[in-house]
Ligand binder design. Structure first.
Ligand code: HEC
Ligand code: HEC
Ligand code: HEC
Ligand code: HEC
Length: 230
């Protein structure tokens, strides 16, 4: 009560409003992001007849299944070779693996992103389209003529040798040989998948509270510093 009295009525109302604001920002979901590819999506790339959001990536039944990917519904890329990152000081070279030549049985989390972002598969190429769509597969707007992700920064292409390394183990052995990483056992905010760095280690495809779906706001390079001890 003391606290309330000092704050006064407007103070209390204001702090409730501020807290409510924080809570609603924290809960802002996929609907307001460019990954809402349904008719209600806010971006340029979206469907003109598909009302579901998750269906572009997940399906509850008849998913493309392996034990490393979550009920996946977007057809995977057949790109044979993406190349892997290399440099004289990169210590992860012993475990890094090319993401190319994958099929449903070997796909890693990064292959899910690449199923749209390597620019070879149409955005509406779904394994199990929604029954609710009167036209079967979603009709899209904003894509390239062949249905793929439009040219621009989001179209990464099929050469990953100039991108931050992915699909390698970030484990205690790497931590021990590389003297400028944080201990992978105590990371916060970022995520490893089966102990490996993937696209979704840095990005949360469901949430763009931080620009470009980053899991941690990168002001002051805070995202980088979750893993790198520089
Ligand atoms: C643009 C693609 C995309 C859309 C749309 C999408 N997801 Fe995902 N989802 C992914 C990817 C990629 C992963 C694996 C990476 C990860 O776990 O963040 C994933 C993982 C998940 C997981 C397992 C990991 C976790 O966070 O618990 C669940 C559950 C999930 N999604 C639910 C949903 C639901 C529900 C929707 C619709 C409201 C949705 N997703 C829409 C791409 C998408
Ligand atoms: C999820 C953890 C994680 C995040 C977040 C992360 N990195 Fe890394 N990064 C690594 C790991 C692990 C390596 C491999 C380190 C090694 O073996 O040299 C690496 C490698 C690198 C390398 C190559 C090192 C070399 O010797 O060639 C650079 C440069 C780099 N990261 C910069 C960044 C920058 C800049 C950011 C932020 C935009 C970032 N990283 C975010 C985990 C991360
Ligand atoms: C079903 C197709 C699909 C999948 C799967 C997908 N994306 Fe996207 N993503 C898109 C589209 C479409 C856009 C918007 C492109 C544009 O506007 O030019 C986009 C935009 C983005 C952007 C840019 C956001 C911005 O604000 O500019 C990022 C970052 C991104 N995606 C990361 C990812 C990551 C990481 C994954 C996997 C974890 C992923 N995406 C999976 C379709 C997809
Ligand atoms: C180590 C962290 C990290 C990993 C791993 C990572 N990204 Fe990013 N990504 C970033 C950061 C940081 C940005 C924002 C760059 C900026 O704003 O200049 C970004 C930006 C993007 C963008 C927006 C376009 C652009 O160039 O700014 C897309 C699309 C994207 N990432 C997709 C992916 C995909 C797909 C993968 C996996 C193949 C991936 N990212 C892996 C950190 C990462």
């Amino acid at each position: 009560m003391k606290y309330c009295r000092r704050l006064g009525y407007y103070g209390v109302v204001l702090s409730v409003v501020v807290m409510w604001g924080l809570v609603s920002v924290a809960q802002a979901g996929i609907a307001t992001t460019k990954h809402n590819l349904s008719v209600a999506g806010p971006g340029n790339v979206k469907s003109i007849d598909e009302t579901e959001i998750c269906v572009f990536c997940h399906t509850p039944h008849r998913a493309i299944k392996n034990d490393n990917i979550p009920l996946w519904n977007h057809n995977l890329s057949t790109t044979g070779n993406y190349g892997v990152y290399t440099s004289p000081t990169f210590d992860g070279k012993t475990t890094i693996q090319d993401l190319g030549g994958t099929d449903a049985t070997t796909a890693a989390v990064s292959n899910l992103c690449l199923s749209c972002h390597d620019g070879t598969i149409a955005i509406n190429a779904l394994n199990n389209p929604s029954n609710a769509n009167p036209n079967g597969i979603p009709t899209m707007g904003g894509t390239n003529a062949d249905g793929t992700i439009p040219n621009g920064a989001a179209r990464l292409g099929t050469d990953l040798t100039d991108d931050h390394p992915i699909n390698f183990l970030y484990d205690s052995a790497l931590f021990a040989i590389d003297n400028s990483l944080n201990d992978p056992a105590t990371l916060s905010g970022v995520v490893l998948f089966n102990g490996t760095v993937q696209c979704a280690s840095c990005h949360d495809p469901h949430n763009s509270v931080n620009p470009t779906f980053l899991r941690v706001n990168n002001t002051g390079s805070a995202l980088c510093l979750r893993c790198h001890n520089k």
